[in-house]
Design a protein around this ligand. Structure first.
Ligand code: SAM
Length: 248
């Protein structure tokens, strides 16, 4: 069996060895119960790979001696860069969206405060929330063996997220859309390199928000006549886009 792979930040590698702590330490020492001498492969945030051997496992730290580093980052598996532009849903649904979206190959996540989002992020909570969301994405990337970790960004309003989009193809999932299917939207933009998809919260989009996205080049599409939960819509659209234009 090849050596186990772990996502790290390149700053943990100094002078030919890596020192790992926190959640990664717990995963390696407590969950996987690795021991000194076990081979591991560390993948850094640029996709560089570092083969090594566990030198020691202490009470809080794992030290890995690096034996070979390959800084040639492989391209992220999917050639299609998918940005999930998600209105903040209630509770832990965002964890599911980040985890499943990462597993399915989303490129990054733009979370925003929808006008009908029940959950709110105060300015003084922003950094803590972003750290937690990025940690979820990193954990999911590690679990599914991705070379790069999708970044999670925060926009306080739909307006700020919509204005920031420069993607080749911009879609807004609108359950009241009755004419434009995803297929004919995609037929209209052959081989987009990047696509951003806006998904509303449990209460849906405010009409002023849909207008605003459309003013910023987003095209509304339907995912059929059934009303999907926000997390279902987010996960489904990544899978569909990956099947049509990505690497599934
Ligand atoms: N307006 C919905 C209702 O009446 O229950 C609530 C919004 S729905 C639960 C959450 C989000 O998922 C929507 O804002 C939309 O972005 C997306 N969505 C759900 N079903 C959809 C569908 N059939 N077509 C397109 N988007 C859908």
């Amino acid at each position: 069996m090849g050596s186990r792979r772990f996502m790290i930040h390149s700053r943990t590698i100094q002078d030919g060895s890596a020192t790992l702590d926190g959640e990664l330490f717990r995963h390696m020492a407590r969950v996987l119960r690795l021991s000194a001498g076990d081979p591991v492969t560390l993948v850094d945030e640029q996709g560089g790979e570092h083969d090594g051997v566990i030198a020691s496992i202490g009470r809080e730290l794992v030290t890995v001696t690096i034996t070979r580093s390959n800084h040639e980052p492989l391209p992220e598996a999917s050639s299609l860069r998918i940005t999930v532009c998600q209105a903040l849903p209630k509770g832990e649904k965002i964890d599911l969206i980040l985890q499943k979206g990462t597993e399915l190959g989303a490129y990054d996540f733009w979370l925003f405060g929808g006008s009908r989002s029940v959950a709110r992020v105060r300015d003084d909570q922003r950094d803590l929330k972003l750290e937690r969301w990025n940690r979820i994405a990193a954990g999911a990337a590690r679990q599914c063996g991705r070379r790069t970790v999708p970044a999670v960004h925060w926009y306080p309003t739909a307006a700020e997220a919509a204005a920031a989009a420069t993607h080749d193809l911009r879609l807004i999932l609108w359950e009241e859309e009755r004419t434009s299917s995803l297929k004919n939207r995609l037929d209209g933009t052959p081989d987009p390199g990047s696509v951003i998809v806006a998904i509303g919260p449990e209460g849906g989009f405010d009409p002023r928000e849909t207008d605003l996205f459309i003013r910023h080049g987003f095209q509304s599409v339907s995912l059929g006549t059934r009303i999907l939960r926000t997390e279902t819509a987010a996960i489904a659209i990544v899978a569909i886009l990956q099947y049509i234009g990505g690497d599934i």
